[in-house]
Ligand binder design. Structure first.
Ligand SMILES: Cc1ncc(COP(=O)(O)O)c(C=O)c1O
Length: 433
Protein backbone atom coordinates (compact mmCIF):
# COMPACT_ATOMS: atom_id res chain seq x y z
CA UNK A 1 0.00 0.00 0.00
CA UNK A 2 1.54 3.31 -1.08
CA UNK A 3 1.46 6.34 1.19
CA UNK A 4 1.98 10.07 0.92
CA UNK A 5 5.65 11.01 0.84
CA UNK A 6 7.00 12.56 4.03
CA UNK A 7 8.71 15.25 1.91
CA UNK A 8 5.33 16.97 1.93
CA UNK A 9 4.57 18.51 5.30
CA UNK A 10 1.41 20.24 6.56
CA UNK A 11 1.21 23.24 8.83
CA UNK A 12 -2.04 21.98 10.38
CA UNK A 13 -3.55 18.59 11.20
CA UNK A 14 -6.87 19.39 9.53
CA UNK A 15 -8.29 16.83 7.10
CA UNK A 16 -10.57 18.93 4.93
CA UNK A 17 -13.97 17.66 3.94
CA UNK A 18 -15.36 20.78 2.31
CA UNK A 19 -14.98 24.54 2.39
CA UNK A 20 -17.09 27.61 1.76
CA UNK A 21 -16.14 31.28 1.81
CA UNK A 22 -13.67 31.88 4.64
CA UNK A 23 -14.44 28.54 6.33
CA UNK A 24 -12.92 25.07 6.10
CA UNK A 25 -14.84 22.09 7.56
CA UNK A 26 -13.33 18.74 8.54
CA UNK A 27 -15.08 15.40 8.27
CA UNK A 28 -16.50 15.67 11.79
CA UNK A 29 -18.01 19.08 11.00
CA UNK A 30 -15.48 21.19 12.92
CA UNK A 31 -15.27 24.65 11.33
CA UNK A 32 -11.96 26.50 10.92
CA UNK A 33 -11.70 30.17 10.02
CA UNK A 34 -9.32 30.10 7.07
CA UNK A 35 -6.81 32.96 7.18
CA UNK A 36 -4.36 30.88 5.12
CA UNK A 37 -6.47 30.72 1.92
CA UNK A 38 -4.29 27.96 0.51
CA UNK A 39 -1.23 30.27 0.71
CA UNK A 40 -3.05 33.29 -0.63
CA UNK A 41 -4.94 31.54 -3.41
CA UNK A 42 -8.68 31.39 -2.71
CA UNK A 43 -9.15 35.09 -3.41
CA UNK A 44 -12.94 34.96 -3.78
CA UNK A 45 -13.24 32.60 -0.81
CA UNK A 46 -13.62 28.86 -1.05
CA UNK A 47 -16.01 27.65 -3.75
CA UNK A 48 -17.52 30.98 -4.72
CA UNK A 49 -20.81 29.97 -6.42
CA UNK A 50 -20.04 31.92 -9.60
CA UNK A 51 -16.54 30.43 -9.94
CA UNK A 52 -17.92 26.93 -9.28
CA UNK A 53 -20.62 27.45 -11.92
CA UNK A 54 -18.12 28.73 -14.51
CA UNK A 55 -15.82 25.76 -13.94
CA UNK A 56 -18.71 23.25 -14.00
CA UNK A 57 -19.98 24.65 -17.27
CA UNK A 58 -16.53 24.48 -18.85
CA UNK A 59 -15.92 20.90 -17.66
CA UNK A 60 -18.97 19.87 -19.68
CA UNK A 61 -17.69 21.61 -22.83
CA UNK A 62 -13.98 20.83 -23.06
CA UNK A 63 -11.44 20.25 -20.29
CA UNK A 64 -8.12 19.92 -22.07
CA UNK A 65 -8.04 22.11 -25.16
CA UNK A 66 -4.26 21.73 -25.40
CA UNK A 67 -2.93 25.22 -26.00
CA UNK A 68 -0.05 24.45 -28.36
CA UNK A 69 -2.42 22.37 -30.50
CA UNK A 70 -5.68 24.38 -30.55
CA UNK A 71 -6.99 27.72 -29.29
CA UNK A 72 -9.91 27.97 -26.89
CA UNK A 73 -12.35 30.73 -25.93
CA UNK A 74 -11.88 30.69 -22.10
CA UNK A 75 -8.24 31.70 -22.60
CA UNK A 76 -9.32 34.69 -24.69
CA UNK A 77 -12.03 35.54 -22.15
CA UNK A 78 -9.39 35.44 -19.40
CA UNK A 79 -7.09 37.67 -21.46
CA UNK A 80 -10.03 40.07 -21.90
CA UNK A 81 -10.65 40.24 -18.15
CA UNK A 82 -6.93 40.56 -17.34
CA UNK A 83 -6.65 43.43 -19.87
CA UNK A 84 -9.04 45.44 -17.69
CA UNK A 85 -6.66 45.30 -14.73
CA UNK A 86 -3.19 45.06 -16.26
CA UNK A 87 -1.02 48.13 -16.85
CA UNK A 88 -1.69 49.16 -20.46
CA UNK A 89 1.88 48.46 -21.57
CA UNK A 90 1.67 44.78 -20.51
CA UNK A 91 -0.47 43.74 -23.44
CA UNK A 92 0.79 40.21 -24.16
CA UNK A 93 0.19 37.15 -21.98
CA UNK A 94 1.63 33.65 -21.80
CA UNK A 95 -0.04 31.06 -19.56
CA UNK A 96 1.41 28.24 -17.46
CA UNK A 97 0.28 26.29 -14.40
CA UNK A 98 2.13 27.44 -11.29
CA UNK A 99 3.90 30.47 -9.90
CA UNK A 100 7.26 28.74 -10.29
CA UNK A 101 6.62 28.14 -13.96
CA UNK A 102 5.70 31.79 -14.47
CA UNK A 103 8.98 32.79 -12.84
CA UNK A 104 10.86 30.36 -15.11
CA UNK A 105 9.08 31.91 -18.10
CA UNK A 106 9.95 35.43 -16.98
CA UNK A 107 13.63 34.53 -16.59
CA UNK A 108 13.68 32.82 -19.99
CA UNK A 109 12.03 35.83 -21.63
CA UNK A 110 14.35 38.36 -19.93
CA UNK A 111 17.43 36.44 -21.08
CA UNK A 112 16.13 36.21 -24.64
CA UNK A 113 15.02 39.85 -24.75
CA UNK A 114 18.40 41.14 -23.59
CA UNK A 115 20.79 38.42 -24.77
CA UNK A 116 22.33 38.66 -21.29
CA UNK A 117 22.81 35.85 -18.74
CA UNK A 118 22.57 37.27 -15.23
CA UNK A 119 19.66 37.89 -12.87
CA UNK A 120 19.80 40.08 -9.76
CA UNK A 121 17.32 38.84 -7.15
CA UNK A 122 16.84 40.11 -3.60
CA UNK A 123 17.61 38.59 -0.20
CA UNK A 124 14.59 37.00 1.44
CA UNK A 125 12.69 36.77 -1.85
CA UNK A 126 10.62 33.70 -2.69
CA UNK A 127 10.02 32.75 -6.31
CA UNK A 128 9.28 29.02 -6.25
CA UNK A 129 10.69 25.52 -6.09
CA UNK A 130 11.49 24.47 -9.66
CA UNK A 131 15.20 24.65 -10.39
CA UNK A 132 15.46 28.16 -11.87
CA UNK A 133 12.84 29.53 -9.46
CA UNK A 134 14.66 27.99 -6.49
CA UNK A 135 17.92 29.48 -7.80
CA UNK A 136 16.55 33.01 -7.50
CA UNK A 137 14.92 32.27 -4.12
CA UNK A 138 16.57 33.11 -0.80
CA UNK A 139 13.62 32.97 1.59
CA UNK A 140 14.95 29.91 3.41
CA UNK A 141 17.40 27.05 2.98
CA UNK A 142 14.62 24.45 2.75
CA UNK A 143 13.99 25.73 -0.79
CA UNK A 144 17.66 25.74 -1.92
CA UNK A 145 19.71 23.25 0.04
CA UNK A 146 20.64 19.66 -0.63
CA UNK A 147 19.93 19.44 -4.35
CA UNK A 148 22.46 21.80 -5.93
CA UNK A 149 24.14 22.92 -8.03
CA UNK A 150 21.46 25.45 -8.80
CA UNK A 151 21.18 27.57 -11.95
CA UNK A 152 24.12 29.89 -12.51
CA UNK A 153 24.03 33.60 -13.25
CA UNK A 154 22.11 34.58 -10.12
CA UNK A 155 23.28 37.38 -7.81
CA UNK A 156 21.52 38.33 -4.59
CA UNK A 157 21.32 41.95 -3.53
CA UNK A 158 20.28 43.27 -0.10
CA UNK A 159 16.52 43.78 0.23
CA UNK A 160 15.30 47.01 1.83
CA UNK A 161 13.74 45.52 4.97
CA UNK A 162 14.20 48.44 7.39
CA UNK A 163 13.01 46.38 10.38
CA UNK A 164 15.74 43.81 9.85
CA UNK A 165 18.48 46.40 9.52
CA UNK A 166 17.09 48.47 12.36
CA UNK A 167 17.39 51.61 10.22
CA UNK A 168 14.95 54.18 8.88
CA UNK A 169 13.26 53.33 5.57
CA UNK A 170 15.16 56.15 3.80
CA UNK A 171 18.52 54.95 5.13
CA UNK A 172 17.72 51.36 4.15
CA UNK A 173 16.66 52.32 0.61
CA UNK A 174 19.80 54.40 0.13
CA UNK A 175 21.99 51.54 1.35
CA UNK A 176 20.30 48.94 -0.84
CA UNK A 177 20.44 51.09 -3.99
CA UNK A 178 24.11 51.77 -3.28
CA UNK A 179 24.71 48.03 -2.92
CA UNK A 180 23.35 47.52 -6.44
CA UNK A 181 26.04 49.86 -7.72
CA UNK A 182 28.56 47.81 -5.74
CA UNK A 183 27.24 44.60 -7.33
CA UNK A 184 27.60 46.20 -10.78
CA UNK A 185 31.28 46.83 -9.95
CA UNK A 186 32.03 43.51 -8.26
CA UNK A 187 29.71 40.71 -9.48
CA UNK A 188 27.84 41.40 -12.71
CA UNK A 189 28.27 44.29 -15.12
CA UNK A 190 25.06 46.02 -16.24
CA UNK A 191 25.70 44.80 -19.79
CA UNK A 192 25.72 41.19 -18.49
CA UNK A 193 22.57 41.70 -16.40
CA UNK A 194 19.29 40.58 -17.94
CA UNK A 195 16.90 41.41 -15.10
CA UNK A 196 16.12 42.60 -11.64
CA UNK A 197 13.59 40.20 -10.09
CA UNK A 198 11.67 41.41 -7.06
CA UNK A 199 8.39 40.98 -5.19
CA UNK A 200 6.79 44.41 -4.63
CA UNK A 201 5.58 42.93 -1.34
CA UNK A 202 7.68 40.00 -0.13
CA UNK A 203 5.41 37.02 0.56
CA UNK A 204 7.17 34.00 2.03
CA UNK A 205 9.97 36.38 3.01
CA UNK A 206 7.69 37.75 5.74
CA UNK A 207 5.04 40.09 4.29
CA UNK A 208 7.39 43.00 3.91
CA UNK A 209 6.38 45.91 1.72
CA UNK A 210 9.14 47.07 -0.63
CA UNK A 211 9.49 50.84 -0.17
CA UNK A 212 8.16 52.69 -3.25
CA UNK A 213 11.41 54.68 -3.46
CA UNK A 214 13.33 51.45 -3.94
CA UNK A 215 11.04 50.24 -6.74
CA UNK A 216 11.43 53.67 -8.39
CA UNK A 217 15.22 53.41 -8.04
CA UNK A 218 15.16 49.96 -9.64
CA UNK A 219 13.05 51.28 -12.51
CA UNK A 220 15.58 54.08 -13.12
CA UNK A 221 18.55 51.69 -13.04
CA UNK A 222 16.74 49.26 -15.36
CA UNK A 223 16.02 52.06 -17.86
CA UNK A 224 19.56 53.41 -17.66
CA UNK A 225 21.16 50.03 -18.37
CA UNK A 226 18.61 48.24 -20.56
CA UNK A 227 17.84 45.72 -17.80
CA UNK A 228 14.40 44.08 -17.59
CA UNK A 229 12.48 44.85 -14.42
CA UNK A 230 10.49 41.76 -13.37
CA UNK A 231 7.85 42.10 -10.67
CA UNK A 232 6.77 38.80 -9.14
CA UNK A 233 3.10 39.35 -8.27
CA UNK A 234 2.37 35.67 -7.67
CA UNK A 235 1.56 36.10 -3.97
CA UNK A 236 0.79 39.81 -3.47
CA UNK A 237 -1.14 40.35 -6.70
CA UNK A 238 -4.85 40.01 -7.52
CA UNK A 239 -6.18 42.50 -5.01
CA UNK A 240 -4.65 41.49 -1.67
CA UNK A 241 -2.94 44.82 -1.00
CA UNK A 242 -5.98 46.99 -1.68
CA UNK A 243 -4.59 47.65 -5.18
CA UNK A 244 -5.08 45.11 -7.93
CA UNK A 245 -1.29 44.65 -8.26
CA UNK A 246 0.98 45.25 -5.32
CA UNK A 247 3.43 47.32 -7.39
CA UNK A 248 0.62 49.89 -7.79
CA UNK A 249 1.34 50.84 -4.18
CA UNK A 250 4.36 52.59 -5.74
CA UNK A 251 2.40 54.83 -8.08
CA UNK A 252 3.79 55.06 -11.59
CA UNK A 253 6.33 52.22 -11.44
CA UNK A 254 5.58 49.58 -14.08
CA UNK A 255 7.57 46.41 -14.74
CA UNK A 256 8.76 45.11 -18.10
CA UNK A 257 7.65 41.59 -17.20
CA UNK A 258 5.17 40.56 -14.51
CA UNK A 259 4.33 37.15 -13.09
CA UNK A 260 0.92 36.23 -11.67
CA UNK A 261 -0.78 33.08 -10.29
CA UNK A 262 -2.47 32.13 -6.98
CA UNK A 263 -5.43 34.54 -6.53
CA UNK A 264 -6.13 35.04 -10.24
CA UNK A 265 -8.26 31.87 -10.43
CA UNK A 266 -9.55 31.20 -6.89
CA UNK A 267 -7.66 27.91 -6.54
CA UNK A 268 -7.55 26.60 -10.09
CA UNK A 269 -3.93 26.10 -11.13
CA UNK A 270 -3.13 28.69 -13.76
CA UNK A 271 -0.35 31.28 -13.93
CA UNK A 272 0.90 33.77 -16.46
CA UNK A 273 3.51 36.27 -17.42
CA UNK A 274 2.55 39.61 -18.93
CA UNK A 275 4.88 41.83 -20.94
CA UNK A 276 4.71 44.33 -23.80
CA UNK A 277 4.24 42.60 -27.16
CA UNK A 278 7.58 44.04 -28.34
CA UNK A 279 9.36 42.18 -25.52
CA UNK A 280 7.40 38.94 -26.07
CA UNK A 281 8.35 39.14 -29.77
CA UNK A 282 12.03 38.92 -28.88
CA UNK A 283 11.51 35.32 -27.65
CA UNK A 284 11.94 32.51 -30.12
CA UNK A 285 8.55 31.08 -31.18
CA UNK A 286 8.04 27.84 -29.28
CA UNK A 287 10.57 28.81 -26.60
CA UNK A 288 7.72 28.75 -24.07
CA UNK A 289 4.96 26.17 -23.88
CA UNK A 290 3.77 23.12 -21.97
CA UNK A 291 1.16 20.39 -21.95
CA UNK A 292 -1.31 21.90 -19.49
CA UNK A 293 -0.60 25.66 -19.45
CA UNK A 294 -3.71 27.79 -19.90
CA UNK A 295 -6.11 24.91 -19.21
CA UNK A 296 -9.66 25.73 -20.36
CA UNK A 297 -11.37 25.01 -17.01
CA UNK A 298 -8.76 27.02 -15.11
CA UNK A 299 -9.05 29.88 -17.62
CA UNK A 300 -12.86 29.91 -17.31
CA UNK A 301 -12.54 29.96 -13.50
CA UNK A 302 -9.92 32.71 -13.81
CA UNK A 303 -12.10 34.90 -16.02
CA UNK A 304 -15.03 34.48 -13.61
CA UNK A 305 -12.77 35.18 -10.61
CA UNK A 306 -11.81 38.53 -12.13
CA UNK A 307 -15.46 39.36 -12.86
CA UNK A 308 -16.40 38.52 -9.27
CA UNK A 309 -13.54 40.66 -7.92
CA UNK A 310 -14.80 43.59 -10.02
CA UNK A 311 -18.56 43.10 -9.44
CA UNK A 312 -18.20 42.64 -5.67
CA UNK A 313 -15.61 45.44 -5.28
CA UNK A 314 -13.26 42.99 -3.61
CA UNK A 315 -10.06 45.00 -4.03
CA UNK A 316 -11.59 47.80 -1.95
CA UNK A 317 -12.94 45.24 0.52
CA UNK A 318 -9.46 43.73 0.90
CA UNK A 319 -8.06 47.20 1.59
CA UNK A 320 -10.69 48.09 4.19
CA UNK A 321 -10.87 44.73 5.95
CA UNK A 322 -7.10 44.34 5.84
CA UNK A 323 -6.57 47.72 7.50
CA UNK A 324 -9.09 46.71 10.18
CA UNK A 325 -7.18 43.48 10.82
CA UNK A 326 -3.97 45.49 11.01
CA UNK A 327 -5.52 47.85 13.59
CA UNK A 328 -6.73 44.91 15.70
CA UNK A 329 -3.34 43.18 15.66
CA UNK A 330 -1.19 46.30 16.15
CA UNK A 331 -1.60 46.42 19.98
CA UNK A 332 0.18 43.07 20.23
CA UNK A 333 3.41 44.87 19.34
CA UNK A 334 3.11 47.07 22.44
CA UNK A 335 1.74 44.35 24.70
CA UNK A 336 4.44 41.76 24.02
CA UNK A 337 8.17 42.39 23.72
CA UNK A 338 8.32 39.15 21.72
CA UNK A 339 6.17 40.66 18.97
CA UNK A 340 8.93 42.54 17.20
CA UNK A 341 6.65 43.97 14.55
CA UNK A 342 2.99 43.75 13.54
CA UNK A 343 2.92 44.78 9.90
CA UNK A 344 1.35 44.28 6.53
CA UNK A 345 -0.72 45.81 3.82
CA UNK A 346 -4.26 44.97 2.75
CA UNK A 347 -5.17 41.43 3.76
CA UNK A 348 -1.49 40.42 3.99
CA UNK A 349 -0.81 40.69 7.74
CA UNK A 350 2.17 39.45 9.73
CA UNK A 351 3.48 39.20 13.27
CA UNK A 352 7.27 38.87 13.51
CA UNK A 353 8.39 37.13 16.70
CA UNK A 354 11.71 37.89 18.35
CA UNK A 355 13.59 36.83 21.48
CA UNK A 356 14.01 39.28 24.37
CA UNK A 357 17.29 40.44 22.81
CA UNK A 358 15.67 40.99 19.40
CA UNK A 359 16.82 37.81 17.59
CA UNK A 360 14.40 35.86 15.37
CA UNK A 361 12.19 33.47 17.40
CA UNK A 362 10.94 30.69 15.08
CA UNK A 363 9.85 28.45 17.99
CA UNK A 364 7.47 31.13 19.20
CA UNK A 365 5.99 31.54 15.71
CA UNK A 366 5.51 27.77 15.45
CA UNK A 367 3.83 27.64 18.86
CA UNK A 368 1.47 30.50 17.89
CA UNK A 369 0.58 28.69 14.66
CA UNK A 370 -0.38 25.57 16.64
CA UNK A 371 -2.24 27.59 19.28
CA UNK A 372 -4.20 29.32 16.49
CA UNK A 373 -5.25 25.93 15.15
CA UNK A 374 -6.53 25.03 18.63
CA UNK A 375 -8.56 28.27 18.40
CA UNK A 376 -9.87 26.99 15.06
CA UNK A 377 -8.02 29.63 13.08
CA UNK A 378 -5.73 28.61 10.22
CA UNK A 379 -2.72 30.86 9.62
CA UNK A 380 0.79 30.22 8.25
CA UNK A 381 4.39 30.86 9.20
CA UNK A 382 6.96 32.48 6.92
CA UNK A 383 10.09 34.61 6.95
CA UNK A 384 13.70 33.59 6.26
CA UNK A 385 14.00 32.48 9.89
CA UNK A 386 10.49 31.01 10.08
CA UNK A 387 9.73 33.50 12.86
CA UNK A 388 6.77 35.26 11.22
CA UNK A 389 3.09 34.29 11.49
CA UNK A 390 1.10 35.49 8.52
CA UNK A 391 -2.64 35.83 8.09
CA UNK A 392 -4.03 36.21 4.60
CA UNK A 393 -7.83 36.13 4.55
CA UNK A 394 -9.85 36.02 1.33
CA UNK A 395 -10.59 39.29 -0.46
CA UNK A 396 -14.27 38.91 0.45
CA UNK A 397 -13.73 38.32 4.15
CA UNK A 398 -16.45 39.99 6.27
CA UNK A 399 -16.00 42.52 9.07
CA UNK A 400 -17.24 39.91 11.57
CA UNK A 401 -14.75 37.31 10.31
CA UNK A 402 -11.92 39.84 10.61
CA UNK A 403 -12.89 40.52 14.23
CA UNK A 404 -13.18 36.82 15.02
CA UNK A 405 -9.84 36.08 13.34
CA UNK A 406 -8.09 38.87 15.26
CA UNK A 407 -9.67 37.62 18.51
CA UNK A 408 -8.49 34.06 17.86
CA UNK A 409 -4.98 35.11 16.81
CA UNK A 410 -4.68 37.35 19.87
CA UNK A 411 -5.83 34.45 22.08
CA UNK A 412 -3.22 32.22 20.42
CA UNK A 413 -0.43 34.75 21.08
CA UNK A 414 -1.60 35.18 24.70
CA UNK A 415 -1.68 31.43 25.24
CA UNK A 416 1.93 31.11 24.06
CA UNK A 417 3.44 34.25 25.57
CA UNK A 418 1.39 34.35 28.78
CA UNK A 419 0.90 37.63 30.63
CA UNK A 420 2.18 40.63 28.65
CA UNK A 421 5.67 41.72 29.65
CA UNK A 422 6.01 45.13 31.27
CA UNK A 423 8.93 46.20 29.09
CA UNK A 424 8.51 47.86 25.74
CA UNK A 425 9.77 46.27 22.49
CA UNK A 426 13.53 45.62 22.48
CA UNK A 427 16.08 47.17 20.14
CA UNK A 428 16.28 44.99 17.04
CA UNK A 429 19.72 43.58 16.34
CA UNK A 430 20.70 44.09 12.70
CA UNK A 431 20.66 40.68 11.03
CA UNK A 432 21.44 40.49 7.32
CA UNK A 433 18.57 38.74 5.48
C1 LIG B 1 6.05 35.47 -4.96
C2 LIG B 1 5.97 34.03 -5.35
N1 LIG B 1 6.49 33.63 -6.52
C3 LIG B 1 6.42 32.36 -6.93
C4 LIG B 1 5.85 31.38 -6.13
C5 LIG B 1 5.79 29.96 -6.60
O1 LIG B 1 4.50 29.59 -6.88
P1 LIG B 1 4.06 28.04 -6.95
O2 LIG B 1 4.14 27.51 -5.57
O3 LIG B 1 2.68 28.09 -7.52
O4 LIG B 1 5.01 27.37 -7.87
C6 LIG B 1 5.29 31.74 -4.90
C7 LIG B 1 4.67 30.73 -4.03
O5 LIG B 1 4.39 30.93 -2.90
C8 LIG B 1 5.36 33.09 -4.49
O6 LIG B 1 4.87 33.49 -3.32
Amino acid sequence: MASLSPVLTQSSSVLVDHAQGSWIYDASGEAYLDFSTGIGVTSTGHCHPRVVAAAREQVGKVIHAQATTVRHQPMFDFIGELSKVLPESLDSLFFSNSGSEAVESAIRLARMATGRPNIIAFQGGFHGRTMAAASVTSAGLHVRSGFGPLMGGVHFAPYPNAFRYGWSVDQTVEFCLDQLDFIFHTQTMPKETAAFLIEPVQGDGGYVRTPPAFLKGLRELADEHGIMLIFDEVQAGAGKTGRFWSHQLADGVTPDIMTMAKGIASGFPISAIAAPTAIMETAWPGSQGGTYGGNAVCAAAGAETLRVIADEHLVDNAGTRGEALGRLLAPLEDRFAEVGQARGVGVMRALEFVTPDGRPAPETAKAVLKAAEREHLLVLTCGPYGNVVRAVPALNVSAEEIELGAERLTAAVESVLGAPSATSAPEVVAVPA
